[in-house]
Design a protein around this ligand. Structure first.
Ligand SMILES: [Zn+2]
Length: 68
């Protein structure tokens, strides 16, 4: 399961360390297995607020539905 600390970066390549949306790397990232990248939950929510039909954000939302 996803850790509350939000860090599961051990198995990801270096070029994928930043957030999918804002490209920032920090302690608030969650690892997405759907996209093999890291992402901020609040960036997903921001994307959904801008466009509720955003297909990538929808997939992130589904993947992280238990913690969002
Ligand atoms: Zn972000």
């Amino acid at each position: 399961m996803y850790q509350a600390e939000g860090i599961q970066i051990q198995n990801l390549p270096a070029q994928d360390l930043g957030c999918w949306y804002c490209e920032t790397f920090d302690a608030h990232l969650f690892a997405s297995h759907e996209f093999d990248t890291n992402v901020h939950l609040n960036c997903i929510q921001t994307a959904l607020a801008k466009d509720p039909e955003d297909p990538e954000a929808q997939i992130f939302k589904r993947e992280f539905s238990e913690i969002m």
